[in-house]
Design a protein around this ligand. Structure first.
Ligand code: BV8
Length: 254
C-alpha cells in the first residue's frame, strides 16, 4: 500500500487540475451514516430512496421532515475529520482544485475547502413547495408543525429541505460545471462513493474518457473501482493524511 500511496502522492503533486469527487463515505468518520448502510434505530425500517423523494414527502410529510431533522441533528454534532482537513489542504497545495460532493452536510466547507460544488444541495438550507428558497432553520423557529409552513408573506406552503431528491433534476449550473471540471481535469480523486447514484456517478467516466488519471479511496471496491488507475483500499480518515504526508516526502506509520 505504501507504494500505491506514494504513486498517488506523486500524481497529485504534479496535477494541473484536480477534481475531488466525494460521497457519503467521506463523512462516515465524522459519525454520519452512509446511505447504503441500514439506517440505525428509528430509521432502520425505512428506505432512504423512498424518503428522499417528493412522493415520499407528499405521502407522509411529517415522517420525511422528522428524518431530515434527525439527520440535521447528527450533522450539527459532527466535525470534519482528518480526511476532510486533508482535502482542504490539497486545495492549498495544488492549483485548480474543485471539490464535487454528493453530500449535503457542509463538512467540506467546515474543514476549509473553498471551491465546493454541492451536487445534491444542502440539508442546512430549506425551501417551500411554492419555490421560496434560501430559508434557514432560523427562519422557521417558533413553528411547532412538522413540517413547518413557509414564513414568507401570503405563503403557507409546506417547507422541505433544499436537497435534490431522487427523480428531481440537479441545479443546472452546478451539474454543468461539474461535467466541465470532470472533462478538464488531469487527475480525479474519488473518495467514499459507491458510484451508484447518477448523474454524479457518470462524472468519473467523463474524466476517464479524457485520459485523466483516477485515484479512488474506499475501504471496499465500488462501481467505479474498475476506472481507477490507483485504488487505495482504506478509509478517508486514514488514507488521505498518509497521501498528504507522502507528498511531504515521508510516510507516517498507520
Ligand atoms: C435525476 C440528497 C433526472 C438527498 C441524494 C441513470 C442510471 C441509473 C439511475 C438513474 C440514472 N439517472 C437518473 C437515475 C435515477 C436516480 C439514481 O441515480 N438512482 C440510483 C439509486 C439507481 N437519480 C436521480 O434521481 C437524480 N436525479 O437524475 O433526475 C431527471 C431528468 C428529468 C426530469 C426529472 C429528473 C437525483 C439523485 C440525487 C438523489 N439525492 N441525496 C439526501 O441526502 O437526503 S443521493 C444520496 O444517495 C446521497 O447524496 C448520495 O449521493 C447517495 C448515496 O451514494 P454515496 O454517496 O455513494 O453513498 P453510499 O452510501 O452509496 O456509499 C458510501 C460509500 O462509502 C461506499 O462505497 C462505502 O464503501 C464507502 N465508505 C464507507 N465508509 C468509508 C467509505 N469511504 C471512505 N471512508 C470511509 N470511512
Amino acid at each position: 500500500m505504501d507504494y500505491l500511496i506514494r504513486q498517488a502522492a506523486s500524481l497529485l503533486a504534479n496535477a494541473r487540475r484536480l477534481v475531488i469527487l466525494t460521497g457519503a463515505g467521506m463523512s462516515k468518520e465524522s459519525g454520519i451514516p452512509t446511505f447504503r448502510e441500514a439506517q440505525d434505530g428509528l430509521w432502520a425500517t425505512y428506505d432512504p430512496q423512498q424518503l428522499a423523494t417528493m412522493q415520499g414527502f407528499r405521502a407522509n410529510p411529517k415522517l420525511v421532515w422528522d428524518w431530515y431533522r434527525y439527520r440535521l441533528q447528527l450533522i450539527e454534532q459532527a466535525h470534519p475529520h482528518p480526511g476532510h482537513l486533508a482535502v482542504a489542504e490539497l486545495e492549498q497545495r495544488i492549483r485548480g482544485v474543485v471539490v464535487i460532493t454528493q453530500n449535503v452536510d457542509g463538512l467540506h466547507e467546515s474543514a476549509g475547502s473553498h471551491d465546493v460544488l454541492e451536487l445534491h444541495g444542502s440539508i442546512r438550507r430549506f425551501k417551500c413547495l411554492r419555490g421560496h428558497n434560501g430559508l434557514t432553520m432560523d427562519d422557521l423557529t417558533g413553528q411547532t408543525e412538522s413540517p413547518p409552513r413557509c414564513p414568507r408573506a401570503d405563503c403557507d406552503a409546506l417547507v422541505r429541505p433544499d436537497v435534490v431528491w431522487f427523480g428531481e433534476q440537479l441545479d443546472s449550473t452546478v451539474i454543468q460545471r461539474a461535467f466541465l471540471e470532470s472533462e478538464a481535469c488531469d487527475v480525479m480523486l474519488i473518495i467514499g462513493t459507491s458510484g451508484v447514484v447518477h448523474p454524479a456517478a457518470s462524472l468519473p467516466y467523463q474524466a476517464w474518457n479524457r485520459r485523466a488519471r483516477i485515484i479512488e479511496v474506499n475501504p471496499q471496491r465500488s462501481e467505479l473501482t474498475d476506472l481507477a488507475h490507483i485504488f487505495l483500499q482504506g478509509t478517508a480518515g486514514q488514507v488521505l493524511p498518509n497521501v498528504l504526508a507522502a507528498m511531504d516526502g515521508e510516510l507516517i506509520d498507520r
